[in-house]
Every structure is written in C-alpha cells, then in structure tokens.
Design a protein around this ligand. Structure first.
Ligand SMILES: [Zn+2]
Length: 111
C-alpha cells in the first residue's frame, strides 16, 4: 500500500521564496572596479578605497533596481552589462582617479 499521499513535501519551486531588492548597477560597478584594478597596480585596493570608488561611480550612474530571487540576478546582470558597460567603465575610471589622488586614509609608503 502506497503511503506517499500522506507525506507532505514542499515543492522546490512552490515554497516560500526570498525576494530581494537589488541595485543591479551596484553589482556591475563592483565587478567593473575589480576588473580595472586587476590591471591598475598603482591604485590602492584596500576596502576603504574600493568602497569610495564605488560610491563616487554609483553617484554618477543611474540606479537600476530589480526585484530578484536567489539565482536570478546573474542572468539579468549579464544582459544588462553589455548596454551599460561603457558608461560604467567611464564612471569607474573617473572615480579611481579621484580616490587615487585623494584617498580617505593616510597614504601608504609607496617605495
Ligand atoms: Zn586604500
């Protein structure tokens, strides 16, 4: 006799979901900063400077909020990235220049 009808399971796609409000631009800007800093060795890459760069760049760019579920955001950012890439690179490059000239922490010894 089958008893499976009495077993209650939560379907993988039917259970309660976690929705999040995400600024896609923030994700793209952080990715772009990491990409650029990988080849720009003369820029301080500490967390404070990274966040300063992100703040300056994000203030120049439009916000791009989406509601996502887990696993969904990467698909969206991949397609958005192509459209916004040029603007993001320009904003991030300017922000790196600003922070590089005037970091919010004492200059580290550089030689
Ligand atoms: Zn720094």
């Amino acid at each position: 006799m089958q008893k499976t009808k009495n077993i209650v399971t939560i379907p993988e796609k039917g259970g309660p979901r976690m929705y999040r409000l995400v600024n896609v631009m923030e994700i793209l800007v952080k990715e772009t900063i990491e990409e650029i800093l990988r080849s720009a060795k003369n820029v301080c890459g500490c967390e404070r400077c990274l966040l300063d760069i992100a703040a300056i760049a994000l203030n120049k760019l439009p916000t791009l909020y989406v509601v996502t579920e887990e696993g969904e955001v990467l698909l969206r950012t991949t397609s958005l990235r192509q459209q916004a890439k040029v603007d993001i690179i320009r904003a991030v490059t300017e922000a790196i220049d600003i922070v590089g000239q005037k970091p919010h922490h004492p200059q580290k010894r550089q030689s």
